[in-house]
Design a protein. Structure first.
Length: 239
């Protein structure tokens, strides 16, 4: 069976998503472990097996129940032909409220702001310009998930491709932090990343069925570790 050819339009948004998901892209994501360093300090995560458990019990459910549904609804609300700005505002506020520890709220705020500003600076799209103007005027909190949806709309990328990009960038960034914090080699890291990326189709399929009122994932395990990380004597990552 032959596959459909990639058109020049497809290539434009595809390379845009690859750029946005690269560690070279200046969103500051490389400076965060998103709570993982706190769990390692507590001894909860200490090797490949416990790191795998962290992905399965925390990272994947958070993507499925919170980050991906937020991005999917934001993508719908950010229709360039008829943006639903009231819904965008609600999603920004919800995304901020879902982060209990201060460090995690600050992380999504900073990364979200950087992504939104880069979408405007690099592509000069009216939708991105409007989003930044409205966010500044109304004081909306920034969200990494909402800004990723904005990037996707600016690039002309399909919704599910945007969600797949969020999955990859989230998991790869967390794994990059883990390799710096644990005795974990590159090959072991890549096999674990491949396994986790294999969940992407199911994550997207489920996430796109979750209504706004059911978005959220509560994990006191991670929240406590993140809160303690803020006052740790030493730390490698901001969160």
């Amino acid at each position: 069976m032959s596959s459909a050819p990639v058109t020049s339009t497809d290539a434009r948004w595809l390379v845009g998503l690859l750029q946005a998901g690269d560690s070279f892209y200046p969103t500051g994501g490389y400076a965060h472990s998103f709570g993982l360093e706190g769990l390692i300090e507590l001894g909860v995560v200490h090797d490949r097996a416990t790191l795998r458990a962290f992905f399965l019990l925390s990272a994947l459910p958070t993507l499925r129940q919170a980050e991906l549904p937020l991005a999917a609804h934001a993508y719908a609300a950010l229709d360039p032909n008829a943006p639903a700005w009231d819904r965008v505002a609600e999603l920004c506020i919800l995304a901020h409220a879902l982060k209990s520890p201060r460090e995690l709220r600050a992380a999504t705020e900073n990364i979200g702001r950087q992504r939104a500003e880069l979408a405007t600076r690099l592509h000069s799209h009216p939708l991105a310009n409007q989003y930044l103007a409205r966010a500044a005027a109304a004081g909306w909190p920034f969200s990494a998930a909402v800004s990723a949806a904005l990037e996707g709309r600016v690039l002309g990328a399909p919704r599910d491709a945007v969600l797949a990009g969020i999955i990859y960038s989230t998991l790869s960034a967390t794994l990059a932090a883990a390799i710096k914090l644990l005795r974990l080699g590159q090959n072991a890291g890549q096999t674990l990343l491949t396994e986790m990326l294999g969940h992407a189709p199911d994550l997207i399929s489920t996430a796109t069925t979750i209504p706004p009122a059911e978005i959220g994932w509560f994990n006191p395990w991670l929240d406590i570790a993140s809160a303690r990380h803020e006052t740790a004597n030493s730390r490698m990552f901001i969160s």
